[in-house]
Design a protein around this ligand. Structure first.
Ligand code: NAD
Length: 500
């Protein structure tokens, strides 16, 4: 059984945000349902952990295969529930497939037992380090990338030997439910991935359980705070993947066509509802006018809709439309110019592209996460000023730099206060399963993806085995002679002066 038993009578509807039609009804799982799912997961986790690296690898590669064969069906559910174009939903599923593949293939290498050199002082000890599963991992997901985002926790947690209870967003319960069905098809013996559906209260019940080893949360920073407070009761550790206010920096010698193309995609694709989306662009003076011309020309060509030709879909969460409208109006009230679109671009449930310039730094559009197809473009004197302004936010998820100079771009990338930076492309790091993904500050902490993402869902276990007896210094029987020998050895090993 892959999905929590539907003890509860209550249901809710997932809606197509473009048409308002009901996509499907799902149960509202309450605290008892969640507790029952966790109980089943505890048993499943013991079985799954004992299955061993090789068998789990084969099973997860087969889950990947099943998802690949059912890619179009999964993409259709994503399309219906989020409203995003089918091709974007397919792309998102492809990225999820690559993470399942990487996690399955690399789990043993990253987490399996290895010998560690004990050092001269403990040379008689055989040292083993291994990473053991945590048991049950709770995953709470958002709606904007309803498979790509949670798979970054689910695939890595499963590969590390844990069972998972997943609470998808109330806007995208069908995606989570279908994913659990695919996993159950490959792993029918025990429910290693269960889905509990419902609103915030269902997520809260998962977070406050004393029987989960970790809670992987992806969503907004205010909800992350509530989740963290609930987890604090049981000292349950959490991974928090929160929002962002990412910047794209365009250097004077950048390839401006490539920069405009990437910045536009970064800002407007998925109707701007992307945690690592470009929300601010800082352009070095010499390139500003030419860049803005290219960006606005391209932006005017984009049209939202639910049809095959639409560049992007509707705003998935109706409440966000008011936030987007407020940000546009506030920017203009404070002296900003709308060079493409304006407040009238908000045509519910769609928002047409909006490009804003001369927006003061204290406006909501520059400071808060907008999560819409809007962008502010700023003129700066230098790359240094661009980085300094890009860093003027409590968020720190990712960023983009376009520059013709490799070393200058690397220096700026390092100085950017973010978990990830992509040079001369938008969000290239998200396609590389081997690289860690996560933020700093208000964007959260902890990492999914890559070796760090695997280790996030395991606990290090250190084991020493004494192979032969040497001086025993931790005994009441130690002699002064032994102590003197050790002091001599320490002086020889560590007492020297080091030259530069
Ligand atoms: P949200 O915070 O409103 O909800 C996220 C999830 O938390 C949902 O499943 C929701 O039901 C659940 N939830 C709500 N209240 C809860 C509570 N008290 N206890 C436990 N769970 C609760 O976020 P959202 O609107 O679904 O997603 C958009 C946000 O997610 C944006 O800020 C976006 O930037 C961020 N995001 C971040 C990443 C990342 O990887 N850093 C990826 C995608 C989205």
């Amino acid at each position: 059984m892959s999905v929590a038993t539907e003890r509860t009578e209550k249901t809710f509807a997932s809606l197509n945000p473009a048409t308002g039609e009901v996509v499907a009804e799902h149960p509202v799982h309450d605290g008892d349902d969640v507790a029952a799912a966790i109980d089943r997961a505890r048993e499943a986790s013991r079985w799954w952990a004992e299955l061993g690296w090789r068998e789990r690898r084969v099973r997860l590669l087969n889950v990947k295969g099943s998802l690949a064969r059912n890619l179009n069906r999964m993409a259709e559910v994503i399309h219906q529930e989020t409203g995003k174009p089918v091709a974007d939903a397919q792309l998102e599923t492809i990225m999820a497939i690559s993470h399942l593949d990487w996690a399955a293939r690399n789990a043993q290498k990253v987490l399996g037992p290895r010998s560690v050199y004990p050092g001269m002082m403990a040379i008689n000890q055989k040292c083993t380090l291994e990473y053991q599963p945590l048991g049950v991992v709770g995953v709470i997901g958002p709606w904007n990338y309803p498979i790509f985002t949670p798979i970054g926790s689910i695939a890595y947690a499963l590969a590390a030997g844990n069972a998972v209870v997943f609470k998808p967003s109330e806007f995208t319960p069908g995606v989570g439910t279908y994913l659990a069905e695919l996993v159950a098809g490959v792993v029918p013996e025990h429910p290693v991935l269960q889905v509990v559906t419902g609103y915030g209260a269902t997520g809260a019940a998962l977070a406050s359980s004393p029987h989960i080893g970790k809670l992987a949360f992806t969503g907004s920073a205010p909800t992350a705070r509530k989740v963290m407070a609930a987890c604090a009761e049981n000292l349950t550790p959490i991974v928090a993947e929160c929002g962002g206010k990412d910047a794209c920096i365009v250097d004077a010698d950048a390839d401006l066509d490539a920069a405009a193309d990437a910045a536009l995609w970064g800002a407007m694709s998925n109707a701007g509802q992307t945690c690592i989306g470009v929300e601010r662009i800082y352009v070095v003076d010499r390139a500003y006018d030419a860049f803005l011309g290219k960006l606005t020309d391209k932006a005017r060509e984009l049209r939202p809709g639910f049809d095959r030709e639409a560049a992007y879909g509707p705003i998935t969460m109706p409440g966000q439309l008011d936030v987007i409208e407020r940000h546009i109006k506030d920017a203009i009230d404070k002296g900003g110019k709308a060079v493409v679109g304006g407040p009238e671009s908000v045509r519910k449930p769609y928002v047409e592209p909006v490009v804003l310039t001369d927006v003061p730094d204290d406006s909501a559009a520059v400071r808060e996460e907008t999560f819409g197809p809007t962008i502010t473009v700023h003129r700066v004197a230098s790359l240094d000023e661009a980085v300094e302004k890009a860093n003027r936010t409590g968020y720190g998820l990712a960023g983009t730099i376009f520059s013709g100079n490799k070393s200058r771009a690397m220096e700026a990338a390092r100085a950017m206060r973010s978990g990830m930076t992509s040079i001369n492309a938008f969000a290239a790091f998200a396609q590389v399963a081997a690289l860690p993904f996560g933020g700093v500050g208000e964007s959260g902490f902890g990492r999914i993806h890559g070796a760090d993402g695997l280790r996030e869902f395991a606990r290090p276990k250190a084991i020493t085995r004494q192979r032969f007896a040497t001086m025993n210094l931790t005994s009441f029987a130690r002699s002064e002679k032994e102590m003197a020998r050790v002091l001599g050895l320490i002086n020889m090993l560590h007492g020297k002066r080091y030259k530069r």
